[in-house]
Design a protein around this ligand. Structure first.
Ligand code: ADP
Ligand code: ADP
Ligand code: ZN
Ligand code: ZN
Length: 755
C-alpha cells in the first residue's frame, strides 16, 4: 500500500522502515527514515543514536547486501550477525563514514588515500622535463619510483648510540646497553673476549680506530675466549650487528620483545638521500612548470590549487584540471592546510573522516545511504557551514544521508530530525521526537530545551594564580610562539582547524610540562574496573571463597561458553548463528558461583544493576566511594557489568575525570573534550571542569565549541587561518575581550550568539 502514499515533494522515493529495533538499549523502536533526504539523529550520549544508525541500519544493510553475493564471496567477507530488530525494509547500500583512523601505514599519504597523487603522477609523466618514465616512475610505493635508501618511506631508522652505549663506562663495566650484551655473556665476549680492546678503558676514551672497529668492524675472524670454551667467530661491530638483527629485516616478522627493543634504542631521521620526499633521484629531478614532485607533495593544498591553475597547455591542462577539481573539494571542506605528502597516520579522526567524505563525493554512484558519525568534530564554526553544503550536495546527487550529530548548525541543514531519549542508557532507547529542526527547537525534549537555552558569556572570570610560559614554540606551523598559560583557571585554546591548537597544547605544552595530566577519550577507566574488583572482594569475604570465582574471565567462567554467555556456530553458507549458551543461559558464570550471595543478590544480579542501585546493596566504604564518583559525573545509568569497550568516548572521558575530582594543584589538558557530547552533556562537562579548577587545579582545553569558550576564564586564540597561514597568536585574554576583538574568526562567531 505504501506505493499509493503521496511521495515527498521532489522525490518518488520510499522510506526506510524500521520495525521493532532492540539493539543495546533500544526499546522496541519503530521509525521511518525518508530516503533521498538528510536525517540527523540527536540525543544525549548513550541515548541510542548509534544503536539505531550504526548497529541496526548500517549493519543490516551490509548483511542484506552480503546475502546477494555468491557463497564463494560471502565466505571471504566479514560476517554480520543479524541485529536485534524485527525488520528493516527498503534499505539501500550503506556507506559508513566514521572517525576510525584511516586504515593507514607509513606508505599512505593524503595524496595516495585520495588518489590525487596518481593524477599528479600522470601530470609528471606526460609533461615533466626531463621525464623519468611512465607513471610508476613517480610512485614511491613502486620500485620504479621509490628512493632506494628509504624504500619510499622518507625516513630511515638508526641505532641511537647514546642510548645503546654508556660512554662513561668500560666494556667490563657494562658500557654496552643493548639487549643480549650483558657483561660475560657469549655475545658480549665477541667484543670483551676478542682481545682487541682495552676492556677497562671507558669507551669515551677509545681512539678513533678502536671506536670504528667496535661499532662498525667486520670482515675478519677473532678468537673468543670464554672461561669454559673458546671459538673462532666472525667479528661484527655493535652497530652492524644491531642493524642486521633488528633493522634490516621485516619488522612485522620480529617478536614483540624484539620490536620493543628496537624501538627503545633507535631514532628515526629524515632520509638523507631524498630529504623525505620518498622518490628516487630521477623522479625528483623532473620539473613541471619549475616545480619538482617533492614541491607538489609539500605545498599546502590551497597553494597547490594556484600552481595547477597556471598549467593550461593542451597536454597538461586537462590533467591539471582533474587534480584541481579534487583538491578544491578538500579545500572546500576546510582541509586546505594539509599537503599531499602528509602521512595519514598523523591525521586526527575528524580530518580522516573528511578525507573519506571527499573520496565519496567524487563518486558518481547514486541511491546510496551515507552514514556519518559526528562529522563536525574538529571543525571551527566557520567550517561547519561548508560541511553542511557538502551533505546537501551528497543528498542532491540522489543519496540518503544519515548523520549522528550534536552541532545545531548541522541539525539546521537536516530535512528530518530523529531525537533519541529521554535520557541515556536504560533511561533512553526511545524516539522522543521526529520532525523538522524548527519544530525540534520547540519540542519538550532534552535536545529541544538545550537548543533554547542560552549560555551567557562569563563576566566575572577567575584571577590566575601564576603562569606557565611557553617560549619560541615552532613545531609544525607554529611561528615562534611565546604564550603563557595561566594557572588556577579554565583556559580554552581556540582557532580554526589546522591553526595549531593541538600542536601547541598536546605536543609543545605537554612536552614542556610533563606532569600535566592528559585526559582523552580513549583511556580505559581504572576506577570503574576498581569498583568491580571491590564487588568481587565483597562477595569473596561474605562467602569465604576466592574472589576469582566472581569473574567470568577467571575461575568463575561457565565451562560451556568460556564465560562469553553465547555460542557462535559457523554455518558454511549463512551468517554465523549466535545462540545463548544452554549451560549458563547467558549468565556467563557456572552454577556454583550463583549460589554465593551478598544481601540476597548473586554476582549476576549485581552486574545487571546500575551504580545507583548497587549503592543501596553494599556497605563497603571503598566501594561506595567509587560508586559515588560515578554519580558525581552523571554516569549512574551505566550497569556495572557493561563492558568498557562499549562505553562511548564521552562516557570514558567522564569516568577518567571522575578519578581526578579529589585532586588539587594538578594541570589537566583536554583535546576537544566535547566530542560526542550533547549540548546538555557539554554543560555537565564544563561543570566538572569548574569543580576541578575550584579545587585548585589548572585546566586547559583545546576547543572550538563556543559553549565552552563562553565559560572559560581565559582564551588563547590561534590563527589567523590554518596551516602556513596559521600558527600565530591572534588573541589572549578573557572571553569578553575576544568578543570585542576586531580580526579573530572565533570572536566573529562568538558575536553571532553572545548569550
Ligand atoms: P549514543 O550513540 O546515543 O551515544 P549508543 O547507541 O552508543 O548511544 O548507546 C546506547 C546505550 O547502549 C548506552 O548506554 C551504551 O552504553 C549502551 N551500549 C552501546 N553498545 C553496547 C554494547 N555493545 N553492549 C552493551 N551496551 C551497549
Ligand atoms: P589544530 O589543532 O588547530 O586543528 P594542528 O595542531 O593539528 O591544528 O595542526 C597545525 C598544523 O600542523 C597544520 O598545518 C597541520 O597540517 C600540521 N600538523 C599537525 N600534525 C602534524 C604532523 N604529525 N606532521 C606534520 N604536520 C602536522
Ligand atoms: Zn629516501
Ligand atoms: Zn555458558
Amino acid at each position: 500500500e505504501r506505493d499509493t502514499e503521496p511521495a515527498a515533494p521532489g522525490s518518488a522515493q520510499r522510506d526506510i522502515v524500521i520495525t521493532g529495533a532492540r539493539e543495546n538499549n533500544l526499546r522496541d523502536v519503530s521509525l521511518r527514515v525518508p530516503k533521498g533526504r538528510i536525517t540527523v539523529f540527536t540525543g544525549v550520549s548513550g541515548s541510542g543514536k548509534s544503536s539505531v544508525v550504526f548497529d541496526t541500519i548500517a549493519v543490516e544493510s551490509q548483511r542484506q547486501l552480503n546475502e546477494t553475493f555468491t557463497s564463494f564471496l560471502r565466505n571471504r567477507l566479514p560476517k554480520y550477525e543479524r541485529p536485534h530488530v524485527e525488520s528493516v525494509e527498503d534499505l539501500s547500500v550503506a556507506i559508513v563514514i566514521d572517525q576510525k583512523p584511516l586504515g593507514g601505514n607509513v606508505r599512505s599519504t593524503v595524496g595516495t588515500a585520495t588518489d590525487i597523487w596518481s593524477v599528479i603522477r600522470v601530470l609528471f609523466s606526460r609533461c615533466g622535463t626531463p621525464s623519468a618514465g611512465g607513471a610508476t616512475a613517480y610512485s614511491f610505493n613502486d620500485p620504479a619510483g621509490m628512493c632506494p635508501e628509504c624504500d619510499g618511506v622518507g625516513r630511515t631508522v638508526h641505532l641511537d648510540l647514546d642510548r645503546a652505549i654508556d660512554w662513561s663506562k668500560s666494556l667490563n663495566e657494562g658500557a654496552l646497553l643493548l639487549p643480549g650484551l650483558s657483561v660475560g655473556s657469549w655475545e658480549w665476549s665477541l667484543y670483551g673476549g676478542s682481545g682487541r680492546f682495552d676492556n677497562d678503558l671507558p669507551l669515551a676514551e677509545f681512539g678513533e680506530e678502536d671506536r670504528r672497529l667496535l661499532l662498525h668492524g667486520s670482515g675478519f675472524t677473532v678468537r673468543v675466549d670464554m672461561r669454559t670454551a673458546s671459538a673462532d667467530m666472525r667479528f661484527e661491530g655493535v652497530v652492524t650487528r644491531f642493524e642486521r638483527l633488528y633493522l634490516k629485516r621485516d619488522t612485522a616478522a620480529l617478536s614483540e620483545k624484539r620490536r620493543e627493543a628496537a624501538a627503545r634504542f633507535t631514532v628515526e631521521r629524515v632520509c638523507g638521500a631524498c630529504d623525505g620526499a620518498r622518490l628516487n633521484a630521477a623522479a625528483l629531478a623532473t620539473r613541471v612548470d619549475g616545480l619538482s614532485p617533492a614541491d607538489y607533495a609539500r605545498l599546502e593544498i590551497s597553494e597547490l590549487i594556484g600552481v595547477l591553475e597556471r598549467i593550461d597547455d593542451p597536454v597538461g591542462g586537462p590533467v591539471a584540471a582533474a587534480a584541481r577539481e579534487r583538491l578544491e573539494r578538500l579545500a572546500g571542506i576546510g582541509l586546505g592546510y594539509l599537503n599531499l605528502g602528509r602521512e595519514t597516520t598523523t591525521l586526527s579522526g575528524g580530518e580522516g573522516q573528511r578525507l573519506k567524505m571527499v573520496r565519496h563525493m567524487g563518486s558518481s554512484l547514486t541511491g546510496l545511504t551515507f552514514v556519518f558519525d559526528e562529522p563536525s568534530v574538529g571543525l571551527h564554526p566557520r567550517d561547519v557551514g561548508r560541511l553542511g553544503d557538502l551533505l546537501v550536495r551528497l543528498r542532491d546527487k540522489g543519496n540518503t544521508v544519515l548523520v549522528v550529530e550534536h552541532d545545531p548548525d548541522v541539525m539546521a541543514v537536516a530535512d528530518h530530525v530523529v531525537d533519541m531519549g529521554p535520557r541515556a542508557g536504560s533511561d533512553g532507547g526511545h524516539v522522543v521526537f521526529e520532525g523538522p529542526y524548527e519544530r525540534l527547537r520547540e519540542a519538550d525534549t532534552l535536545t529541544g530545551r538545550s537548543l533554547r537555552r542560552r549560555t551567557p558569556l562569563k563576566g566575572a572570570v577567575r584571577t590566575p594564580t601564576g603562569r606557565l610560559p611557553v617560549r619560541g614554540a615552532d613545531l609544525h606551523n607554529l611561528k615562534g610562539l611565546d604564550v603563557s598559560f595561566p594557572t588556577g583557571v579554565l583556559t580554552a585554546v581556540t582557532g580554526v582547524a589546522g591553526s595549531g591548537k593541538s600542536t601547541l597544547v598536546s605536543r609543545v605544552f605537554t612536552a614542556a610540562y610533563p606532569e600535566a595530566v592528559v585526559i582523552d577519550q580513549s583511556a580505559i577507566a581504572a576506577s570503574y574496573v576498581g569498583a568491580l574488583d571491590a564487588i568481587r572482594r565483597a562477595f569473596a569475604r561474605e562467602n569465604g571463597v576466592d574472589a576469582g570465582l566472581f569473574s567470568f574471565n577467571s575461575s568463575g567462567a561457565c565451562g560451556g561458553c568460556a564465560g562469553r554467555g553465547v555460542i557462535s556456530t559457523d554455518l558454511a553458507f549463512m551468517d554465523p548463528v549466535t545462540t545463548t549458551c544452554p549451560e549458563c543461559e547467558g549468565r556467563r558464570f557456572h552454577d556454583e558461583v550463583l549460589q554465593h550471595r551478598v544481601a540476597g543478590r548473586s554476582i549476576v544480579d549485581v552486574l545487571e544493576m546500575t551504580a545507583a542501585e548497587a549503592e543501596k546493596v553494599f556497605d563497603d566504604r571503598a566501594l561506595l566511594r567509587k560508586l559515588r564518583t560515578l554519580d558525581e559525573v552523571g554516569l549512574t545509568y551505566l550497569t556495572l557489568g557493561q563492558p568498557l569497550s562499549t562505553l562511548s568516548g564521552g562516557e570514558r572521558q567522564r569516568i577518567k575525570l571522575a578519578t581526578q575530582l579529589h585532586r588539587t594543584s594538578g594541570v589537566y589538558v583536554l583535546d576537544e573534550p566535547t566530542t560526542g557530547l550533547h549540548l546538555a552533556d557539554t554543560g555537565t562537562l564544563v561543570d566538572l571542569l569548574d569543580r576541578l579548577v575550584d579545587a585548585g587545579n589548572t585546566v586547559i582545553c583545546v576547543e572550538h565549541n563556543l559553549e565552552v569558550v563562553k565559560r572559560a576564564d581565559w582564551v588563547i586564540d590561534l590563527g589567523p587561518d590554518g596551516g602556513r597561514r596559521g600558527g600565530e597568536l591572534v588573541f589572549a585574554g578573557t572571553p569578553a575581550g575576544l568578543l570585542a576583538h576586531p580580526t579573530s574568526v572565533t570572536g566573529r562567531y562568538l558575536r553571532r550568539d553572545p548569550g
